[in-house]
Design a protein around this ligand. Structure first.
Ligand code: TYM
Length: 336
């Protein structure tokens, strides 16, 4: 007798990035590069999270530009709108709707413990708004709406992802299986790219010292200059070892962009000084990012295409996420 098998569901990916102006090498190696690599294996949803970005005050004109350029940069990094669902968070109303519901299943104490909330509250003491506090439950909504199996992010998002699992587990235990529990995907190298000026700190776009980060769209000379100035140590030995934070960071960057192992890198620079090594890293990164800069310029010259892509993406995202939201409404007891 013939059995009719259900077509297997492709596992789902969701990830997002804030459109706050500058996107860095950290964003690229920790997230965007992984998104591009994983997009065929998974049913992928990639999102510009403009609603998360307003937890910090934004200038409307600059914000509008940053959302569009963030979207263009996502495509320029190799995320293909024909193979992945790419959209802008505020275009898909289910995100805000589920976020409100999840707020009611998230504890005050849990949100108070989030290190990103504590850091950002310290940085913006005059604007510790409720949205900043509830940021992680909006992120949980983003992920759970698509029943994501995997969330490729840098390690700085690990705590938020764990909270997402806790919220989903709590909801499932009250109402029965509703949400898929997502796993984080952290690249082996590149999950935490450090500042070039203080290699004990994460590379961050909001660093006041522009030499601390490399922007994806920095030109070749700027990239090389920033690597030449990178803070290292006084040993002059290119080896990966505990305590050599600056060199370890440069080695992991060089390893990801060239595909070389740490052993191969150590051999390549055996007997050579840090000057040679820093120059090689700068050149390799500049070369690696060159096609992205070129693609970005092309996309920004075709706004009509970008618009068509993000509208189509939002339509598909709404359709898929509405199914989860309907299920949630029913489970809670909302009437239709
Ligand atoms: P955001 O916009 O700060 O950063 C986007 C992605 O880049 C990664 N990243 C890094 N990776 C390695 N080294 C670094 N120095 C570095 N800096 C940033 C981040 O880990 C992230 O993966 N809350 C998120 C956005 C978000 C989201 C989501 C992510 C909203 N909803 C749902 C995943 C799923 C954020 O602020 O990322």
């Amino acid at each position: 007798m013939e059995t009719t098998q259900k077509p297997e569901r492709k596992p789902v990916i969701f990830s997002g990035i804030q459109p706050t102006g500058i996107m860095t090498l950290g964003n690229y190696l920790g997230a965007l590069k992984q998104w591009a690599m994983l997009q065929d294996e998974y049913d992928s949803y990639y999102c510009i999270v403009d609603m998360h970005a307003i937890t910090i005050r934004q200038d409307p004109a600059a914000f509008r530009k940053n959302i569009l350029s963030g979207y263009a940069l996502m495509l320029a990094c190799g995320i293909d709108p024909q193979r992945s669902t790419t959209f802008i968070q505020s275009h898909v109303k289910t995100h805000a709707e589920l976020a409100w519901i999840l707020n009611c299943y998230t504890q005050f104490g849990e949100l108070s413990r989030m290190t990103q909330f504590k850091d950002k509250s310290q940085k913006h003491p005059d604007n510790i708004n409720v949205g900043l506090f509830a940021y992680p439950s909006l992120m949980a909504a983003d992920i759970l709406l698509y029943q994501a199996d995997l969330v490729p992010v840098g390690v700085d998002q690990k705590q938020h992802l764990e909270l997402t699992r806790d919220i989903a587990t709590r909801f499932n235990s009250v109402y029965g299986n509703t949400f898929t529990l997502p796993d984080g995907y952290y690249p082996k190298a590149g999950a935490k790219i450090m500042s070039l000026q203080d290699p004990t700190k994460k590379m961050s776009k909001s660093d006041e010292n522009v030499n601390a980060f490399v922007a994806i769209l920095d030109d070749q000379d700027t990239i090389i200059r920033k690597f030449k100035r990178a803070v290292t140590d006084s040993e002059a030995q290119v080896v990966y070892r505990e305590g050599k934070d600056g060199i370890n960071n440069l080695m992991s960057i060089y390893s990801v962009v060239t595909g070389k192992t740490y052993e191969e890198i150590e051999k390549e620079f055996d007997g050579k000084g840090y000057g040679d090594f820093k120059l090689a890293v700068g050149e390799a990164v500049a070369e690696h990012l060159r096609p992205i800069r070129e693609n970005y310029a092309r996309y920004m010259n075709d706004k009509a295409y970008l618009e068509e892509c993000y509208h189509k993406g939002a339509e598909k995202a709404l359709k898929v996420s509405q199914r989860t939201l309907d299920k949630v409404h029913k489970k809670i007891g909302f009437i239709r």
